[in-house]
Design a protein around this ligand. Structure first.
Ligand code: ADP
Ligand code: MG
Length: 699
């Protein structure tokens, strides 16, 4: 164990690996191609492929795969072995440049929203040179993974990576224009950086396997609350149980081997809920790394007799899991564009970039909302545990006052960072953050980055990063136009900051985002509150969103419409699966348990009635209660089954999402009530499912 950190990076093929293994010119060409300055030649690709193959086979790899990210928010892979026959009974290890660059999986069964029918099923996976190849070890072998983008035969984006790469390029171009406009002569590239915090639950594997709802839908569809939940706040940052820390240590080592700088680990708010966060990196790499983190958590958990739940809301009544995406822009020469510096008042560059974010979020907030709209995340947003579905920005008092002073010509005193003296000799004096952290805002300025807190724990961060890049990039492009045509830069800057604040400050909210008052206040400000994904998703097709996406080259109209279809279908399917799963569990497990217990009570009453009515009266009440829940369950099960059909038979996909929301969501909730009532009274030796107490407190 003492050498755990020495393994860092041993399973990933980074640039330094490449530099060691290929001629200088090839390496230079590779770097230029990464920045989009040239295209990698076939000859160089061949040399690089060879170097990667040599490295991987030395590490024991027998297979390689193109690794990609279809619209499922998961990853996909198809393996091929390196072995090639030579003709004279010998075999050799071979991996050509073309196998590195391009793969052709028959991809007709991935969600595509209708852009590709099975007769032109061909899809291409293209090597993403900006992310790192890596190897994964399993007990019986080793496989090389090549990160790739996934596109259709006709060049349409079929994955989550292509839009991210497109918008990273766009925001780079526009941010650089603004920087130049402000007089920067040194920076050559602007990178989108991303730091992703991942929350998850752990449950015992043995108990998990007894719950079809967890197995098939990722969340509990029934379950009475345990006598204890998170109300004592005794789990958050609490002492980590041995079983969990052992698991976490294994996860860290595995991630370090893959070059992922896993940094933070702790208990989260809900019982058996945890968080892991690596150091930030360039968005595309961070997004790939987050996929690896999710998969590693799941894999290692199994080794410890645990199952990791990445669902946004595995349990009703306790907090759900999010994925906080920390987003920023940084230059190749080390400037964080959202770093306020020592004196934010005079840091024009910082103020211009912050203004762009304010304006972008106010103008294009549906992009953020749609990027987080899934059936699973709906259970979380607005639940007094996660930000509401209303989009707003937290800036903190210091920054808000600075902007207000500039825009409105005011001269209010700015709350400077003050000293925190604890009057205890053994504790040093600290300088306090001027603005307290606000954990209730969906989009919070947190010192030198924005933290987007709406995304769900199971989603890929690629979607939200792409949305932010697109929106902010577009506003920056307009600022760049102004700066490039300006005869007085100071005046133009003043005008940019003033207009952004004056026209878009309704999006700034520094108060408690979980409060009822904010919902009312947001309404007065004209901000949308789309609490359900059926409504949020269709905003993808709002004219201004379509126009923006097309104008900046993020999506063509066809791609965006296809994505809407794919996500809408996923929404409907997920709810339908939940309904069918619950019906199945009810019929085969919950009803029989209820009936068994009713029979037990009936027999008991029959046997003991002879002693007099007063000795069985209460038991009869209980029996009646059990019987009425059984009847209710039957009634709601039949009704839910009809609703599944109703949704299935609707042909229009948008109407289908509305039906799914209205009928299935409510149907699931209604059926849950008598099931949970039953669970509260039925003999635990008869109850067939592990309870919330088992799942949340035992491991
Ligand atoms: P908290 O839980 O207080 O929000 P964490 O330390 O858990 O903070 O996570 C903060 C995340 O933000 C980390 O992944 C960190 O690397 C990341 N981060 C820090 N600076 C930047 C930056 N410039 N760009 C993107 N992410 C950043
Ligand atoms: Mg955090």
């Amino acid at each position: 164990m003492e050498n755990a950190m020495k393994v860092f990076g041993e399973n990933v093929f980074t640039e330094s690996n490449l530099k060691k293994r290929v001629p200088k010119e090839v390496f230079k060409e590779f770097q230029a191609s990464q920045l989009g300055q040239t295209e990698l030649s076939k000859a160089s690709a061949e040399v690089i492929a060879n170097a990667i193959k040599d490295w991987a086979t030395k590490r024991g790899a027998t297979h390689y795969c193109h690794w990609f990210q279809p619209l499922t928010d998961l990853t996909a892979e198809k393996h091929d072995s390196f072995l090639e026959p030579t003709g004279d009974k010998d075999i050799i290890y071979k991996f050509s440049g073309s196998s590195l660059i391009k793969g052709e999986p028959d991809a007709s069964s991935f969600p595509n929203g209708g852009v590709r029918s099975t007769f032109e099923a061909r899809g291409y996976t293209i090597w993403d040179t900006s992310s790192y190849p890596f190897i994964r070890e399993n007990k019986n072998g080793v496989t090389l993974y090549i990160p790739t983008a996934f596109i259709s035969f006709t060049g349409l984006a079929l994955d989550k990576k292509v839009p991210l790469l497109r918008t990273m390029k766009y925001v780079h171009q526009q941010a650089l224009r603004v920087l130049k406009g402000l007089g920067n002569t040194t920076s050559k590239h602007v990178f989108n950086t991303l730091g992703v915090e991942q929350e998850y639950f752990l449950v015992s594997k043995e108990m998990f396997e007894k719950r079809d709802d967890l197995l098939l839908t990722g969340r509990t569809l029934v379950g009475a609350p345990a006598p204890k939940g998170q109300e004592l706040s005794d789990h958050y940052f609490g002492k980590i149980k041995d079983k969990v820390i052992n698991f976490m240590s294994d996860v860290d080592v595995e991630l370090w081997k893959l070059g992922i700088p896993s940094k933070t680990r702790h208990n989260e708010v809900a019982p058996n809920q945890f968080e892991v966060a690596p150091l930030f990196s360039i968005a595309n790499l961070a997004s790939d790394q987050n996929q690896i983190i999710m998969e590693t958590i799941e894999k290692i958990a199994l080794k410890h007799g645990l199952v990791a739940l990445l669902h946004e809301k595995p349990f009703a009544g306790v907090n759900g899991s999010g994925k906080h995406n920390n987003w920023s822009l940084g230059t190749d020469d080390g400037i964080n564009l959202f770093s306020p510096g020592k004196d934010p008042k005079t840091n024009t560059q910082f103020l211009v970039f912050v203004s762009a974010v304010i304006e972008a979020v106010d103008r294009y907030y549906p992009m953020l909302r749609t990027a987080t709209a899934t059936a699973t995340n709906d259970h979380r947003l607005g639940g007094h545990e996660a930000p509401p579905a209303i989009i707003s920005i937290f800036l903190g008092d210091e920054l808000t006052t600075i902007l207000e002073n500039i825009a409105l010509g005011k001269n209010s005193p700015v709350a400077e960072a003050s000293q925190l003296n604890l009057s205890v000799d053994v504790l040093p004096t600290l300088s306090m953050d001027a603005g307290d952290r606000n954990r209730t805002s969906p989009f919070a300025f947190t010192g030198n980055k924005f933290e987007f807190r709406m995304p769900g724990s199971s989603s890929t961060p690629a979607s939200s990063a792409a949305a932010i890049n697109a929106m902010v990039g577009k506003v920056l492009s307009e600022y760049a136009d102004k700066l490039e045509n300006s005869t007085n830069i100071d005046e133009t800057v003043q005008e940019i900051i003033t207009n952004a604040y004056k026209n878009h400050s309704r999006i700034i909210f520094n108060g408690n985002g979980y409060s009822e008052e904010w919902i009312e206040e947001a309404k007065r400000r004209g901000l949308s509150n789309d609490t359900s994904s059926n409504i949020a998703l269709r905003k993808m097709l709002d004219p201004e969103i379509l126009e923006l996406a097309e104008e900046i080259g993020m999506y063509s109209k066809i791609e965006l419409a296809a994505r809407y279809n794919a996500y809408a279908e996923r929404y409907i399917t997920q709810l339908s699966i939940e309904a069918k799963t619950l019906i199945d569990m009810v019929n085969k497990l919950i009803l029989p348990a209820g009936i068994k217990y009713a029979d037990l009570l009936a027999t008991h009453i029959e046997k003991n009635a002879k002693y007099g009515e007063e000795f069985v009266k209460e038991q009869e009440e209980l029996l009646k209660d059990v019987l009425s829940n059984i009847s209710e369950i039957r009634k709601e099960t039949k009704s839910l089954a009809e609703k599944v059909e109703l949704v299935k038979n609707e042909e229009d996909v948008t109407k289908q999402t509305d039906l799914a929301r209205e009928e299935l969501n409510t149907g699931l909730e209604k059926l849950r009530v008598p099931c949970d009532n039953l669970e509260k009274v039925v003999d635990s030796s008869i109850w067939p499912l592990p309870t919330y107490k088992d799942l949340l407190f035992k491991l």
